[in-house]
Design a protein around this ligand. Structure first.
Ligand SMILES: [Fe+2]
Length: 371
């Protein structure tokens, strides 16, 4: 007779994503913050070569990061998969070759700052073109969700289905020339050579010092954007579903993370430094707040699953720590902590940080960042 389960995990079907990462033989990083993806310890990765690690940030298994390092002149083995992926280059230079049965092959060259879409289930292979330097990249994916959902690695990594509308559309849009600025703040492309200096559109509604570009890449449903926060300002706290990832790509500052109910208690607010390539992926309803304390703007790359935008864009949900009316939109999932409801010590601490860094500009904070 089988024994009575004693732990929570034993009562449930285990996480196939966790099991998969174990099988890969590389580290799995948890929490809702990682200080630097560029220096995170990785382990040898037999399946594709190079070194790798995975994340399970924000206590969720929808979106995750796969961090990869390729040795000098090294290459990864080709793969294809039934999850969406965008690739970002943190250091080094190389190339990715992308192909799909019956269609033309494409090779995209990249270096630090590049963002590349990998069309769904298309083959891709990465190469390091340097003779003496490793390169480090990460993939933002919904791998965790897909592996848990289908529960079968053969289906996920060895699936013959050909998504013509994903690959062909991506190729037609091209990886270089035919990117399209559809309208203000929405850009369709499959490749940006350096997102650290890619032109964003002003977001006047959020103040004159903030800009954004939402990116539609690889005909995918994952949502991506780049947000820039000007010197001497910060984004007011907000919270939403778990799964959204923010990766700092330029500029320095700090993040505050706290759970609802703790916003008036400085001891319970977690303060962590943020600089390239720090990552923040808040837990369900965990408030998060970005503070730019450096000279010049700071920039963040965000990726999230499907379904965030309708709520974050239309929501005017506001969180009131006094417990009064919390939202005028019953469907709102993104609540922000309004500037005038914010604990004064948050602002005072920010001003002290600015003084320490010799930044004299102090402007009204941004009402709310997306994602
Ligand atoms: Fe957010």
């Amino acid at each position: 007779m089988s024994q009575t389960p004693k732990t929570f995990e034993e009562w449930w079907v285990g996480s196939h994503y966790r099991r998969f990462v174990q099988r890969e033989g590389v580290p799995l990083y948890e929490d809702s913050y990682l200080e630097n993806l560029a220096t995170l310890p990785l382990a040898d990765w037999e399946r594709r070569g190079g070194k790798a690690a995975y994340t399970r940030l924000g206590d969720q298994e929808i979106n995750n990061l796969q961090i990869v390092e390729i040795p000098p002149r090294g290459e990864l083995k080709p793969e294809r998969h039934m999850y969406e992926a965008v690739m970002y280059v943190m250091s080094g230079s190389g190339a990715t070759t992308i192909w799909q049965e019956g269609e033309s092959k494409r090779t995209v060259e990249w270096s630090e700052g590049a963002l590349i879409a990998i069309p769904l289930n298309a083959w891709h292979q990465e190469f390091n073109s340097s003779a003496d330097k490793p390169c480090r990249i990460f993939f933002g994916t919904n791998m965790a969700q897909v592996i848990n959902l289908y529960h079968n690695l053969d289906f996920v990594f060895n699936n013959p289905f050909v998504f013509k509308e994903r690959y062909s559309c991506a190729m037609e849009r091209d990886y270089t020339e035919r990117a399209k600025h559809w309208n203000k703040r929405l850009f369709e492309t499959n490749f940006i050579a350096d997102i650290r200096n890619f032109a964003l559109d002003a977001w006047e509604e959020r103040g004159t010092r903030t800009s954004i570009m939402r990116l539609y890449m690889g005909n995918a449903s994952s949502q991506i954007h780049i947000l820039e926060v000007g010197e001497g300002t910060y984004v007011t706290a907000h919270r939403h579903f778990a799964g959204a990832h923010v990766i700092q790509i330029a500029g320095q500052g700090y993040e505050l993370l706290f759970m609802p109910g703790d916003e008036l208690n400085p001891q319970k607010r977690r303060k962590v430094p943020i600089g390239p390539y720090g990552a923040v992926a808040p837990r369900l309803n965990e408030f998060h707040q970005h503070f730019n304390t450096g000279k010049g703007p700071f920039r963040q790359l965000a990726f999230k699953g499907w379904g965030y935008t309708p709520t974050t864009i239309t929501s005017r949900g506001e969180y009131d720590p006094t417990g009064a009316a919390r939202s005028d939109n019953p469907y709102a999932s993104a609540f922000k902590l309004r500037y005038d409801k914010e604990d004064l010590s948050i602002r005072e601490e920010y001003y002290r940080e600015l003084e320490k860094n010799g930044v004299s500009l102090r402007l009204e904070p941004i009402d709310q960042g997306p994602g």
